[in-house]
Write a protein of this length. Structure first.
Lengths: 264, 264
């Protein structure tokens, strides 16, 4: 029986420990191929490269696994994997990460890791983004690998249902302290921003983004809520940004030109 | 009476004709301030600049209007406007655009114009992104300005209800052929990608993204559906990517660690 083809990507770059961890897990479940950025791309959101050429370079980093580094964004990596490198094959699953740092709540919107997974989901591929709540290079991926293994196995067996994208976050505690997995919704939150203002050597002012995430959600059945209780959070996600509950209240903007007196 | 403060931004850059058109419209309704990228940032999605400093430069491009160009992404522009430049004032409305090109359907996800508007909505500001279905530099913004004027006026009077973000797209036809405004949902669609493959002067292969958008939505009550009938489309939008209808079907992933035999 042919093993399913699993595409692995990330946003921390192809040499990040997180992608190595994910490759090790994914290899247990299928034939793994890797296309990932050649440099860190955190916070790149759903950026694509329109005005510059992209390059791919085959690398020998992961034993016998076919792997390419790409000069573009995480989303570019997925597009090149799907439409150039493996266009004649069926990608059964795309996994992105394991990200060094949380992508819970609204961080899904800023995240290159999740944007890569969303891109592959837009292209019709079942996709999962994994993130560990530890920003450090030498994060301990033991717990994250254990649960990524369970989730990938289950998803390959049972399929993604009524969705084709999961946002998985893993608490930064030892494996034995992780209590389990909770399927839940994205928490409402906000970044309270600050900018560090300073002067460069030529006495010109510059600003550097910093800030603090604040959970605004009182409901505990959210990714943030369960992560705080040491559960792995799984948010079934999509790409429909329509706020359906606003369609009726906002209908005051429905205007027929034929009813207008003039174009003024 | 103090006029409401309206922040104008875009992704095509501060010298694009589209932002000039939007500034002209917004100035009819409030005190306008401008913070926009110093170079084109199309397709930058929700990218933020984490690893580099940002700079702001005051520019004198729009008569008496306070305007800054920024070295960052559209989202960076909004963050700097809200948290540095105008942190002591209340921004009543953020308008982004007028984009040169469509941001209907899933293009909201790739769009710097819509990501800027989404960022301000995340920060609690009522926000509207405007896009004209014409990519060219010398696009005719007459119809777009006319309808942007109507929408901004209505929104300032009646408020955004059950949402704080609108994705407005304007068909590329003469004003008199625009039939009116329709509030509707985001169409389901997909980019069918191709990459142009070529060799650089050093005989190295490069890839350049191209592609074609395909509307997959049979429902005509969508942004794409109404735009094709020469209506302005208005999609009330949000930032909750949870696919709520998948929460129950995906509950097979709910696992309690205490029920597991071992961490094996």
């Amino acid at each position: 029986m042919q093993r399913p083809l699993i595409l692995v990507t990330n946003d921390d770059g192809i040499v990040a420990p997180g992608i190595k961890a994910l490759i090790e897990v994914a290899s247990q479940h299928g034939e793994v191929v890797v296309v990932a950025p050649d440099q860190p791309q955190s916070g790149k959101g759903h950026a694509i490269t329109l005005n510059n050429p992209l390059r791919l370079r085959k690398v020998d980093l992961f034993d016998d696994i076919i792997a390419y580094e790409c000069t573009g964004t995480p989303v570019d990596c997925v597009k090149l994997a799907k439409n150039v490198l493996f266009k004649d094959r069926t990608i059964a699953l795309c996994v992105s990460g394991i990200n060094h740092g949380s992508n819970a709540s609204i961080n899904i919107i800023y995240s290159g890791t999740m944007s890569a997974a969303m891109e592959s989901s837009l292209e019709g591929i079942d996709s999962i983004g994994f993130s560990l709540l530890d920003f450090s290079f030498d994060a301990d991926f033991t717990g994250a690998k254990h649960y990524a293994d369970i989730i990938i196995k289950q998803v390959l067996e049972k399929g993604l249902q009524s969705c084709n994208l999961l946002n998985v976050n893993i608490p930064n505690v030892p494996l034995e302290e992780i209590k389990g997995i909770k399927v839940c919704k994205q928490a409402e939150g906000v970044w309270v921003e600050e900018f560090r203002e300073a002067k460069d050597p030529r006495d010109q002012t510059y600003y550097w983004l910093t800030g603090e995430f604040v959970n605004l959600d009182k409901d505990v059945n959210t990714d943030i809520g369960w992560l705080e209780q040491n559960y792995v959070s799984v948010v079934p996600s999509g790409h429909d940004l329509t706020r359906h509950q606003a369609l009726a209240p906002m209908s005051y903007l429905n205007i027929e030109q034929s009813n207008m007196v003039s174009h003024g």
